[in-house]
Design a protein around this ligand. Structure first.
Ligand code: ASP
Length: 351
């Protein structure tokens, strides 16, 4: 090879090395530190009290089958290299469509016997987020949350305005009867009866609504092949809630949070406590400012801080390395995990 050929060979090699280095440096930190095989999806179907008589073996089987279906829907997105936010939405839509969970069809009822649904989504790579609150006829509120994130300069739209956006983008609407199940009607009657009895006994104006019966909010967090995190949550809120009440689920930082440098978190439980404790962000902040692991941060926030404040509930969380945490301080939490091997894992109680 002559000198010119040799020179060209060297500069070509240099160019290739420079291109490879540039690609590596431009990748998110997470992509560099973990292999693309590490992708994972974690879901929850709500935390709370699970009365034995309410969870018959048949119901448990049906609930687990739905969790499995949600995990597999999200997994198929991640396995083909799709985005974590798309996997989160795919999983949540399955749970919203099931009458067994408190989101979409099967949402708990307000004190007026109607539904008012909240949902949110956050992208850990861009920190973009979208949410909707108190929507009544949109079949999949999580889709509406994505619209708010992708198609508006806002983060949270509520009520009629949110539904107007859904209409403009042809989201599917359903009549009120679609969302209301017989089981939710009976639940509301039972709780309102209890509330009356308590109020009567206490001789006070009004006793607070019973929040222990609440379970079934849904959420998902994911790490995709590109090292990006996302989190989403969807709910009918708290049973027997007062007009206009909005919980933590559509509040970024309280019920949902995602940041590639720390973790993605979705919460479930008594929303007022999650809002006051900014629970999901608190977990990310502990990792960021104190350098603690995901497991320690999630445990400290859910099992100590939230519990001491009197809030019951739990979270699902994943970090940029694919570590998963699922602490809950309530009796149970419907939950499931799927990794690259495609095997589903689900649990309900502390087992
Ligand atoms: N966090 C929800 C809310 O307060 C309810 C739940 O997760 O069970 O609206």
């Amino acid at each position: 090879m002559n000198d010119v050929g040799l020179g060209l060979g060297i500069s070509l090699r240099r160019a290739v090395i420079a291109a490879v280095l540039a690609t590596i440096l431009l990748m998110p930190t997470a992509s560099r530190s973990q292999s693309a095989k590490n992708f994972v999806l974690v879901i929850h179907g709500g935390a709370g009290v699970i009365p034995k008589e309410d969870l018959t073996p048949e119901k448990e089987k049906a609930a687990r089958a739905t969790l499995d279906a949600a995990l597999l829907a999200g997994h198929s997105v991640l396995a083909r290299g799709g985005k974590s936010s798309d996997a989160v939405i795919a999983a949540i839509k399955i749970l919203e469509d099931s009458p067994l969970f408190n989101a979409g069809k099967g949402s708990v009822l307000t004190a007026d016997g109607t539904v008012g649904m909240d949902a949110s989504i956050m992208d850990g790579a861009t920190h973009k987020a979208g949410a909707c609150a108190d929507v009544k006829r949109v079949k999949n509120p999580i889709e509406l949350a994505r619209l708010v994130m992708d198609r508006t300069p806002h983060v949270l739209l509520a009520g009629e305005g949110a539904e107007r956006l859904a209409k403009e983008h042809d989201l599917q609407f359903m009549p009120p009867e679609y969302f209301i199940t017989e089981q939710r009607r009976l639940q509301l009657q039972r709780i309102q009866r209890l509330e009356k009895e308590k109020t009567h006994k206490a001789g006070e104006k009004k006793v607070q609504f019973n929040n222990l019966e609440n379970i079934g909010t849904v959420g998902a967090v994911a790490l995709d092949k590109h090292g990006n995190l996302a989190a989403g949550t969807s709910t009918g809120g708290m049973v027997n809630k007062r007009f206009g009440r909005v919980g933590d689920s559509p509040i970024i930082g309280a019920g949902t949070y995602a940041d590639n440098l720390t973790c993605a978190v979705s919460g479930t439980g008594h929303g007022e406590f999650f809002i006051r404790g900014v629970v999901c962000y608190d977990i990310a902040a502990k990792m960021k400012y104190q350098g603690v692991t995901l497991a320690n941060a999630a445990d400290e926030v859910v099992m100590r801080k939230l519990k001491e404040a009197g809030g019951r509930g739990g979270v699902i969380a994943v970090d940029a390395q694919g570590n998963v945490a699922m602490p809950f301080n309530s009796e149970g939490m419907y939950r499931g995990v799927i990794r690259a091997d495609g095997k589903t894992w689900t649990a309900i109680r502390r087992d």
